[in-house]
Design a protein around this ligand. Structure first.
Ligand SMILES: *Cc1c(COP(=O)(O)O)cnc(C)c1O
Length: 384
């Protein structure tokens, strides 16, 4: 929970925080507060009209026919994976370099996580490694659109459809990101069997608490997900199957609806901040700057640099009051809870090297020129 705290509280008092949600709030306060008050006055807190309205808006944004809101990004993955009805020992391939929830959801849905290494330049799963990891028990692949740019969906789709596998996009960090495939822009969440979004407060579209959403083109899947999120039944006290309680609060839907019209401008502002970093930091020390795959429009959930002197740079920046963080310090195949899967250090060299070298810098839309200058100066000072 240290991370959650640092997003929300501990960043106060820093010279430049990693993320400044208070700045965002003060800019949109007059839009969000009346929307919240309207829900409170109506007292319809569970699956109120705002939830449906948000589902329609996110489906439209993602170019999908359906969207189903739920309690978190983790549940968006978990409910979708449950809808696969995995048999024991059936496998789901994913990246070892992602937030824990991706593999945790596979495990909790009864599947066996199988990892495939990443591409060093984008940090996204390597389609060739996915192909090599497919076995007789593989059912699905969960690519993660890490840090805000999409994985190579066209290659993954070709591999998955050739082998009869299902593709589930972990788009928790990539809402509104897109990729040009065969000359046409395709949205994060549009092309997989399903796409999972998170509205965790620090995500590009963040609620004031937990929240998530699944998008899909498959009407039968959407209906199944609606059932699973309300204890497996759409009619009261009639349960077709065992589901759970995983809904998006009406209050959170109201917050998200008020924020959604700003998302495009916020992502554009993040791209501008990123462009300045990439200009100013090019050639500094041994830094490797984030590479945008030319087919992608990146939404820069994170601006993540690499250096062999990562730990020393992190200490240097923290000492100067600059918020920065390591996403992710331990690849998932080396997590203690997955020791039983039998992976060893050295098996996924790119994910392991990324874990040692990455550092994410402040890249939020409200970051002003002067504050960003302090980050840049501190990094240049470090490399002397
Ligand atoms: C945030 C995140 C999740 C989980 O979302 P929650 O809403 O926090 O449950 C899953 N996958 C990735 C890649 C994430 O960044």
């Amino acid at each position: 929970m240290a991370n959650v705290k640092s997003f929300l509280n501990l960043e106060c008092g820093l010279t430049v925080p990693l993320l400044d949600l208070k700045a965002q709030f003060s800019a949109i306060r007059d839009e969000v507060m009346p929307a919240l008050l309207a829900v409170i006055e109506r007292q319809q807190f569970i699956l109120g009209p705002e939830v449906e309205e948000l589902e329609k808006a996110i489906a439209k944004l993602s170019a999908t026919r359906y969207a189903v809101a739920c309690a978190s990004g983790t549940d968006a993955l978990l409910l979708t994976l449950k809808a696969l009805d995995l048999e024991p020992e059936e496998e789901v391939i994913t990246s070892p370099f992602t937030f824990f929830a991706t593999a945790g959801a596979i495990w909790n849905a009864g599947g066996k996580p199988v990892f495939a290494d990443i591409e060093p330049e984008t940090f996204n799963i390597d389609p060739a490694a996915v192909e090599a990891a497919i076995g007789p028990r593989t059912r699905a692949v969960v690519p993660v659109h890490l840090f805000g740019q999409m994985a190579r969906m066209e290659d993954l789709l070709r591999i998955a459809s050739g082998r009869g596998l299902v593709l589930i996009e972990d788009a928790a960090q990539a809402i509104g990101a897109r990729r040009k495939i065969d000359g046409r822009w395709r949205m994060a969440g549009e092309l997989g069997w399903a796409g999972a979004f998170s509205f965790f407060p620090s995500k590009n579209l963040g609620a004031w608490g937990d929240g998530g959403m699944i998008v899909t083109q498959d009407g039968a899947l959407a209906e199944r997900l609606r059932r699973l999120r309300t204890h497996g039944g759409l009619k009261h006290y009639h349960h077709e199957e065992v589901g759970t309680n995983s809904r998006l609060d009406t209050l959170q839907a109201a917050v998200l609806l008020a924020k959604l019209p700003h998302l495009g401008a916020w992502s554009a502002a993040r791209r501008e901040v990123a462009a300045r970093y990439s200009e100013e930091l090019s050639g500094v020390g041994d830094l490797v700057l984030p590479k945008v795959d030319q087919a992608n429009e990146h939404i820069f959930h994170q601006y993540t640099i690499r250096t062999r002197r990562r730990d020393a740079l992190l200490e240097h920046l923290r000492a100067r009051g600059i918020g920065c963080a390591v996403y992710y310090p331990t690849p998932l195949h080396l997590q203690p809870c997955f020791a039983g899967l039998g992976y060893k250090a050295g098996q996924f060299p790119e994910a392991e090297r990324a874990s040692r070298e990455v550092l994410s810098l402040p890249v939020y839309p409200e970051l002003d020129h002067a504050a960003q200058g302090k980050v840049i100066d501190a990094i240049k000072e470090f490399f002397g």
